[in-house]
Design a protein around this ligand. Structure first.
Ligand code: DLL
Length: 435
């Protein structure tokens, strides 16, 4: 099923005409109403009237996360504060959060795009949707909440955590759709196994995931242990929250809601636009947002685009599963590697569990040193030491063969690595300590 037949199946030329009209309106709007953008455009000698085609987009300035911080909390608004209907914020590791704001119109648009992603993932009116993503300033919980209500599904607003209760309600309410970060989905599966509950025997059938990078191996693990079809969805607070893009049941990339979000792929080093199909950093311009329009936001997320129509009938461009963030990329003795690639290799090793931690270190003047802690199953851990040694060797060999990195693998017993209710912390980088 397609939620918005009209907008999700536009021809490329119809879509581009709509995008251009909206872009021109948006640029005029920010020039008029947001001093930050007026100044940035003036510095580049551009007036809104200079945007005559979509090819003029690269003439516009980028927006980066720091611009949100520098204008904290409400400096980037394009509307008076009294028009705000809601604010959200993303936590950030240090200092002030990134604040984002919505008018009533923005909330309507947001629930529309979330509804589209849910329907594309196979969710329908008859479903019971248990939302185990955080409610509150994080956009995950409330984003999916309104999207699911909008399509007429029954919402169970659990938020994340309270895992035993989540499992009880999955059984008692006959939940069919489970929304959670991939790492929390795995944790729920693990707890259910401990409680002796077989989730694959419940009514669960679809998983709505996202908010963190996850490999296809992790997807298979979720599929196997929860008995669901895991759907990848992508979004970020600065743009709207969830609802930017999502997979359909064909699992061949995430359909971008391009009539609201105009995307480009750039070389993260040079900022130059890359040709179609090449992998690089995703840049997004919001076309319809009222409270907080954003021009050419550098997401830091690495992906590539596919404009071919999809067997599902949608014509919206698809983005490849995000492999990682530019700032999460590890450079280990000159080899670039994303945590999700390490995850892929680990999960192919027999007996290894999807709980791991990558510790990167550097002694003064020495080379980067990578140690990967990974849990193995109870049976294997209880097995003789020879078997553990052998597994460790296999994992180290695979890591070198596939990714070209020498990493020490430390097999640890079940439940050693901290579980996550939201976004998992996979990397501890101690290199900065030495400057
Ligand atoms: O994570 C919004 C969201 C909620 C998306 C629920 C999907 C589901 P932020 O907290 O602002 O917003 O974090 C955004 O998370 O720039 C990516 O680096 C990462 N991210 C989000 N979705 C995915 C995904 C929400 N499917 C940041 N795969 C983004 C990989 C993702 N990374």
């Amino acid at each position: 099923m397609i939620w918005d037949q009209e907008h999700e199946t536009l021809s490329r030329s119809e879509l581009e005409a709509l995008q251009l009209e909206r872009l021109q309106r948006q640029v005029a709007n920010v020039y008029e109403n947001v001093p930050f953008y007026r100044q940035a455009l003036r510095e580049r000698g551009i007036l809104p009237a200079d945007i005559r085609s979509l090819d003029d987009l690269p003439r516009l300035p980028f927006t980066v996360k720091n611009d949100f911080r520098d204008n904290y909390p409400f400096g980037l608004l394009a509307v008076p504060r009294r028009r705000l209907a809601r604010v959200h914020a993303s936590s950030g590791t240090t200092g002030k959060p990134t604040v984002v704001a919505y008018t009533k119109g923005d909330l309507d648009m947001w629930r529309e795009v979330c509804a589209r992603n849910l329907v594309a993932g196979g969710v329908a009116e008859d479903d019971t949707v248990q939302i185990a993503m955080g409610y509150g300033l994080f956009t995950g919980g409330l984003g999916w909440h309104y999207g699911a209500e909008h399509i007429g599904a029954t919402v169970v607003p659990m938020s994340s955590g309270n895992t035993r209760r989540q499992i009880m309600l999955i059984q008692d309410f006959e939940t069919t759709v489970f929304c959670a970060t991939p790492s929390y989905a795995i944790y729920v599966a693990e707890q259910a196994e401990e409680m002796g509950v077989d989730l694959t025997a419940t009514a669960l059938r679809v998983g709505i995931h996202g908010a963190e990078p996850w490999s296809n191996e992790m997807r298979r693990e979720i599929e196997r242990r929860l008995g669901i079809d895991p759907i990848d969805t992508y979004g970020l607070s600065e743009i709207v929250g969830p609802g930017v893009s999502g997979e359909c049941t064909y699992h061949c990339g995430l359909h971008i809601n391009e009539d609201h979000f105009l995307v480009e792929i750039i070389d993260p080093q040079t900022g130059e636009r890359l040709p179609p199909g090449e992998r690089g950093e995703l840049v997004i311009t919001t076309l319809t947002k009222e409270a907080l329009p954003v021009i050419r936001y550098r997401t830091g997320d690495i992906t590539r685009l596919d404009l071919e129509p999809c067997p599902c009938g949608r014509t919206l461009a698809r983005m490849e599963k995000v492999s990682g963030r530019t700032d999460d990329m590890l450079i280990v003795r000159g080899v670039n590697v994303f945590p999700s690639q390490i995850e892929t290799v680990l999960l192919r090793v027999e007996g290894v569990q999807p709980h791991y931690l990558i510790v990167v270190d550097r002694e003064l003047g020495a080379m980067d040193d990578v140690e990967i802690w990974v849990e193995v199953s109870e049976e294997i851990f209880a097995d003789d030491i020879g078997r553990l040694r052998e597994l460790q060797k296999v994992a180290e060999y695979e890591m070198y063969e596939t990714l070209g990195i020498h990493a020490r693998i430390k097999l640890v017993e079940p439940n050693t690595i901290e579980r996550s209710m939201g976004k998992a912390q996979r990397v501890i980088d101690r290199r900065n300590v030495y400057g």
